[in-house]
Design a protein around this ligand. Sequence first.
Ligand code: ADP
Ligand code: MG
Length: 310
Amino acid sequence: MAGADQYLIERADVSRLKSDELLRLARVLRIPLAKRAIQRSWLLDEVMLEFNRRGTGKGPVAKLQSPAIQIQGLEKRFGSKVAVRNLDLNVDPGEIVGIVGPNGAGKTTTLRILTGIIKPTLGTVKVNGYNMSSEAIKAKRCIGYIPEKPTCYPSLTVREYIMFMARIYNVPTEIALIRMREFVDMFQLDELLDTYIGTLSKGNLQRVLLVGIFVRPPPYVLAFDEPIYGLDPRGAWNLKALMKKLRNDGSAILMSTHMLGVASELCSRFVIMNEGEVVGRGTLEALLEYNKDARNLEEVFLGLTGGIPR
Ligand SMILES: Nc1ncnc2c1ncn2[C@@H]1O[C@H](COP(=O)(O)OP(=O)(O)O)[C@@H](O)[C@H]1O
Ligand SMILES: [Mg+2]
C-alpha cells in the first residue's frame, strides 16, 4: 500500500496549488486556521513544517520487480476465433516495448488481458510479480492503462475523477492534491478541472486518464493502447517526451501501435503480431539482421505481415 513516505514533497510543488487547494490541503493536514485573513506564505510554511514533521519524502523509493510485466503462453479465443496465440513477452523496468501489428492482430486483446479487463483462455500474466488471476487486486494496483478508445465515468468532473482514482489507489489526500496540481499544470487541464468527463475530446480525456495514473507514486507499470494516435502534434510530442522520462526513471511500458515512426522512436524492443501470432520480435537491429530485404522497421513489418509491395 502506498504510504505518504513514498513521496518527495518540495515547497515548489506545494506553492503551485491554487488558494482553495492550499486551504483544503491545510485542513487535511489539520493545520489550525485562525479566523483572520491567512497569508499564503505563512500557510505554505505551515504545510512544509507539517510534511517535514511527518517525514514525508524520507522513505525509500519503490522499485519494480524485474520483469515488471510477464506474459507466458497467452492464448485468447472468442468462440472459434483465436485473437492471440501462444504469446510470451516480458518488459523490464526502464524499457518501452512495442507491440506492432495491423488491425486485428491481437494488440488490444493482449493489453486488455494484461490489465485484467478480460481473462485469457490459456496462459499467465504477472504484473510486478503479482498473478493477474490469483492476485488480481494487487496486480491491478500496479498497472496503469490507457485504452485505445478512452471512456470513463462521463458524469464525474475531471477533479472528481482524479481524486476518486487517488482514493482507489490509497494515495493520501494531501499527496493527491499536490500531484493532481503538478500534472494538471503539465497537461494544461486547469480550465477543464470542473467540466464533465463526458464532454472531453480524445486528447484531453487521455490526459485526464494519465493524471489519474500519476496521482500514484512512480515507478509505474503502464499499458498504453495506441497512445499517440489521434493526438495533435503538440500533444503527441508532449506524451512521447513524458514516456521517455518515465522510462528513464524506471517505469516499465508496454505500448501497442501501428504507427511505426512512433514505435521506432520510443521502443527498445518490438513484438510484431499478425492475426494473433507473433511473427517477429527483438530490437530493430536484430529484426533487420533476420529480415535482409528490409531497410527499416516499416519494411520489416510489411515483410512479416503480408509482404513488401514492390
Ligand atoms: N470481444 C470480442 N469478441 C469477438 N472477437 C473479438 C473481440 N475482441 C476482439 N476480437 C477479435 O480479435 C481479433 C483481435 O482484435 P484486437 O485485439 O482488437 O486487434 P488489434 O488491437 O491488434 O487491432 C480481431 O479479429 C477482433 O475482431
Ligand atoms: Mg487495437
